[in-house]
Ligand binder design. Structure first.
Ligand code: FCB
Length: 447
């Protein structure tokens, strides 16, 4: 008699593990001229010829501003516990300062109420790159004052929504603003100015710290933390030079963001590399680092790719890539980065707020979207996250990027990152095969 094949043991997640999905305002909302919304730097940038693929803009995007109820139902059908979205600053303060625009606040009130009605916890990001254009005209993140404007805006939002939002994230991926907005220039505001870039990093950190303090001073009872995209850096070969170059690269990719918030210091090697006269070094005012290192309640980690560093400080590809050329698929990197932050920065609770990949999804004649590549990617990354939890990482929740296909910044609508397919001509939503798979994972709390 033949024995039945052994069933693989399911990988069970801890009780109360939070299963989620993420989006951001400019990438899904559309309705850029409605209910008093002001212009953001992404309106300006995406409308500038040559800046985005096919000249795509977020004018309509996934039309979520009008279809949010349908999207809330999709989330309920998935069984999500947590939904991470962002609040568009230009909807709340059209010019970035002054009295709030009530219609903007009302939209997010309806959204968070709709989440609660469906048993889903809201997780709100305060800034996901859509800076009011009026603030950019006044210097943008190069101006120290923008950090104070951000704290004012944050306080308005805390007072309006604080009773219904248990978790706040301050600035989404300050590194991407620095690197893409101010070094390569392929994101808004499209600058290529290394000296400005690291001053911008400091002001983004200051904005984060001031917002943390604003939350505490309002007496609102939420948790708050930063959202960093962290890239594990590995030497491309065994040479001592590659090891040294990797260390410095790690400084620019990870420690420049983690250290000021969690230790109250900028990394010495990065400061030395930038030089004593850098605008970062000159921009730090007495007391700033105390503000920046105000205690946070959690760390949001976004993981997409590792980086392999050569002896001369360059980078090379070592892993398979995806439709996003910058991405290398390395699930072990999830384990490495999660265990590393816990080891180096202490037992701060962690949430993964982004992880995913774009796939070549097509709507088949039978009305399905067969994104097997996404299922494999998510399964492997969740397996690595599970191992990190077993190794002692206090990981409390995980969010797929993204709930919906959306406007992927300079790549426009070409890349599809969603669990749910968006047929842009009709705005019809079609859960992909990965959505059905993810619903099962959530229901079982296991892989
Ligand atoms: C992250 C962004 C997010 C999305 C994903 C693919 O860097 O935070 O908005 O673009 O990448």
């Amino acid at each position: 008699m033949s024995m039945p094949a052994p069933q693989p043991t399911p990988l069970r997640f801890p009780p109360h593990f939070g299963w989620g999905a993420a989006t951001s305002a400019y990438q899904i909302e559309g309705a850029v001229k409605e209910d008093g919304r002001g212009e953001s730097i992404w309106d300006t940038f995406s409308r500038t010829p040559g800046r985005t693929r096919n000249g795509d803009t977020g004018d309509v995007a996934a039309d979520h501003y009008h279809r949010y109820r349908e999207d809330l139902d999709l989330m309920r059908d998935l069984g999500l516990h947590s939904y991470r979205f962002s609040i568009a600053w230009p909807r709340i303060q059209p010019d970035g300062t002054g009295a709030p625009n009530q219609r903007g606040l009302d939209f997010y009130r309806r959204l968070v109420d709709g989440l609660h009605e469906r048993g889903i916890a809201p997780m709100a990001t305060l800034f996901h790159w859509d800076l009011p254009q009026a603030l950019q005209d006044a210097g943008g993140w190069e101006a120290r004052d923008t950090a104070h404007r951000f704290a004012d805006y944050a306080e308005i939002v805390f007072r309006a929504l604080g009773d219904r939002v248990p978790v706040w994230l301050t600035i989404n991926e300050p590194k991407t603003v620095v690197q893409n907005g101010y070094l390569s220039g392929h994101h808004a505001p499209g600058r290529q100015d290394p000296d400005a870039a690291y001053l911008v990093a400091h002001h983004l950190h200051l904005a984060h710290g001031l917002a943390v303090r604003a939350l505490r001073s309002t007496g609102v009872d939420g948790r708050i933390g930063p959202a960093f995209n962290l890239h594990p850096c590995y030497p491309a070969d065994d040479s001592p030079d590659a090891a040294a170059a990797t260390r410095l690269h790690d400084g620019y990719e990870n420690r420049l963001y983690l250290d000021p918030v969690f230790t109250g210091h900028y990394p010495e090697d990065v400061l030395a590399d930038l030089g004593p006269g850098s605008r970062l070094a000159r921009g730090v005012v007495e007391g700033d680092l105390a503000i920046i290192s105000s205690p946070v309640d959690l760390l949001a980690v976004q993981y997409y790719t590792p980086i392999y560093v050569t002896a001369d400080g360059g980078t090379v590809r070592r892993r398979p890539t995806s439709e996003a050329r910058w991405q290398q698929i390395h699930p072990e990197g999830m384990y490495d980065i999660l265990t590393r932050v816990t080891r180096d920065y202490g037992p701060v609770p962690i949430t993964v707020t982004e992880n995913g990949l774009p796939t070549r999804d097509t709507l088949r004649p039978d009305g399905t979207v067969d994104d097997l590549g996404r299922i494999a990617f998510l399964r492997e990354h969740l397996t690595a996250a599970h191992r990190a939890i077993a190794a002692g990482v206090p990981l409390e929740s995980y969010h797929v990027w993204s709930l919906l296909d959306n406007f992927e910044w300079a790549e426009g609508y070409d890349q599809r990152w969603g669990l749910v397919y968006v047929d842009y001509p009709t705005q019809r939503r079609i859960p992909k095969r990965s959505a059905h798979w993810y619903r099962g994972v959530i229901a079982d709390n296991a892989l």
